[in-house]
Write a protein that binds this ligand. Structure first.
Ligand code: HPA
Length: 247
């Protein structure tokens, strides 16, 4: 039996899964980091691969961008294929003085403007979206051992890439300060578009999840990574994610 958006048989997907948005990234990770690689899905060109990392079975499943798209893959990976440890590997926009281009950011918590938390709890409470503590502490230790600096904290998971949160006269600006200024003041490190879905699905199913990101653009300094810089910091993040997911 296959699922609607993943054409794998049950058993072809590993319990440990890395989740990049981009299918080409999924392929590059599988080819450069895994042995015995086998592609199990190509529906919509949203590719998925299973291979071995240091002898342990790991899958790499592309998810597309944003909460609705990743939610489809999370649901099918967890409910149909039995995924138990899920690590998102993606990029984020840095929005804090302490966060710089190419840094690795680990989302301890995810704050979101999406309605998915309200939908899940009928608007009665504001459920805290948290990383799995075991995965989080392992990732921090792995990064320390590899001498890779990481920043750990809260991120904002947005529905719209093109929003007006950097405009003082935007939806939530006060005419002087932007909404991003306020989020920064509250300690938000970076902006991305999938972690809230990851942490909500994991909590609902009682499985482990973590979001790790490299900073591809800096919203404060208006700087952007070159493609080469993106690739090398991306590789650092993949090493952290793979070493964490197999432990
Ligand atoms: N905004 C939202 N998501 C992102 C960004 C951004 O600036 N950079 C990488 N993912």
């Amino acid at each position: 039996m296959t699922s609607i958006h993943i054409e794998a048989e049950v058993g072809e997907v590993a319990e440990r899964v890395l989740l990049p948005g981009d299918p080409v990234r999924a392929k590059v990770i599988a080819e450069n980091f895994l042995d015995d690689v086998h592609q199990y899905t190509a529906i919509r060109n949203t590719w998925g691969f299973t291979g071995k990392y240091k002898g342990e079975r790991v899958s790499i499943q592309a998810t597309g961008m944003g909460i609705p798209s990743i939610s489809i893959y999370l649901h099918e990976l967890i409910e149909v294929y039995g995924a138990k440890k899920l690590i998102r590997v993606g990029t984020c926009g840095g929005m804090n003085e302490n966060v710089h281009l190419r840094d690795v950011v680990i989302a301890q918590g995810s704050t979101t403007d999406s309605s998915i938390v309200n939908q899940a709890f009928g608007g009665v409470l504001n459920f805290s979206l948290l990383a799995d503590f075991d995965l989080l502490s392992r990732a921090v230790n792995v990064a320390k051992n590899l001498n890779l600096p990481v920043k750990v904290g809260n991120v904002i998971c947005v529905d719209l890439f093109y929003n007006d949160y950097d405009d003082p006269n935007g939806t939530f600006g006060d005419g002087k300060n932007t909404f991003n200024d306020k989020l920064r003041k509250y300690g938000i490190l970076a902006v991305e578009m999938e972690s809230a879905a990851l942490y909500l699905h994991a909590a609902a199913a009682g499985v482990q999840a973590l979001g790790i990101f490299t900073v591809s653009d800096d919203l404060l300094k208006k700087e952007f990574c070159t493609p080469e810089e993106r690739q090398s910091s991306f590789n650092d993040m993949i090493k952290i994610a793979l070493e964490t997911v197999i432990q």
